[in-house]
Write a protein that binds this ligand. Sequence first.
Ligand code: ZN
Length: 193
Amino acid sequence: MSVRNILVYGDEKLRRPARQVLKVSAKIKSLVKDLRDTMYAANGVGLAAPQVGEDLRVFVIDVADEDQPPNPIIFINPVIIKKSGATNSYEGCLSFPDAYTDVRRYEYVKIKALDINGRMFVMEANDGTLLARAIQHEFDHLDGILFIDHARNRFKADKELAEKKLLPIDPTRLIDEPQLEEAIQVKSAEPAE
Ligand code: ZN
């Protein structure tokens, strides 16, 4: 077991696009183990290789409840093949100690990836569940994208970052998502049942 250091926002390595894994070698398996150990040690639901300084397209997610047995899912060379709907929720990241903000995400994603044995699998996550959100969040890390780049309110997010003594948002990194924003507003305007 090896718990690695998690890079904190501001570290340039978090902004570096990661490389494809050419072979699920012993080295990759050992990285996966470290990601899992590090994620559990930090009480996270997901961790991507760039967060421990490795520029490889690998991440792990475990959204099992605390009273459930651990259920880590490993994604190697993932590709999001379908996405739809929109949802808004509070989100955080192990690279942003204690900072949370409103983030837009798709409600539904379908992803394909290689597992720890190098076999391809396809997974769907619906209804804006934690799994759907975690997949999008971790996938972004592989392209150097961070959750604050999806922030719905830049100024609110900046306030939160300043309180946690983290760097402000880089406005040039903000992702414009008018179609998601519109869908979220239509949904929140619907009367509650
Ligand atoms: Zn993260």
